[in-house]
Design a protein around this ligand. Structure first.
Ligand code: HEC
Length: 151
């Protein structure tokens, strides 16, 4: 009985810390690592979709959907990790992120908007739709990197 209760309490704490992980980081380095990891995962799943859209690998609607699902979730994660004090360290983030926050936010919103179009495109199961939507997302990545990420 007692053990079960402890297990439940520990489970709740684990869940809570997972939920808060995006909101606060113990150290700036942790936030930097987190956002870079999120970008890397986002990139991996987007690259699979892009390869299909460009005919580099065979088109499989189910695989496209699975990758889009991960992409859609992970692409929401990096942004809360650009908090105060995370402008220095092992990072390519430009100072403009903090000096022009409205523009940085607009670039995030652009990605979200294009990501919703990608979601609609993978649902039609048509390669032509995917091809259009993937370009939109790619432009949103590039648009932000051009202004806010060092080479
Ligand atoms: C709103 C701005 C923004 C958008 C949109 C954006 N990125 Fe980034 N990305 C950044 C910034 C800033 C960095 C640098 C982060 C750092 O070094 O702390 C970065 C870094 C990266 C990295 C390098 C990660 C590493 O380990 O150093 C990859 C890969 C990446 N982005 C891929 C993508 C892809 C793919 C997309 C689109 C699907 C995308 N990004 C959209 C801002 C953005």
């Amino acid at each position: 009985m007692f053990i079960k209760q402890i297990a439940r309490v520990v489970g709740v704490f684990a869940l809570l810390s997972a939920m808060c992980a995006h909101a606060q980081f113990a150290k700036p380095e942790d936030a930097i690592k987190y956002r870079k990891a999120a970008m890397t995962i986002m990139n991996t799943h987007f690259a699979r979709i892009a390869a299909m859209a460009q005919g580099k690998i065979p088109f499989d609607a189910k695989v496209a959907q699975d990758n889009e699902e991960v992409f859609a979730t992970v692409s929401k994660l990096p942004w809360s990790a650009f908090g105060e004090g995370t402008d220095k360290g092992d990072t390519k983030a430009k100072a403009e992120i903090w000096s022009d926050q409205a523009k940085f936010k607009a670039a995030q919103d652009k990605l979200l908007a294009e990501s919703l179009k990608l979601n609609a495109a993978v649902k039609t199961g048509k390669l032509d739709d995917l091809n259009v939507a993937f370009k939109g997302v790619g432009a949103a990545c590039k648009g932000c990197h051009d202004g806010f990420k060092d080479k």
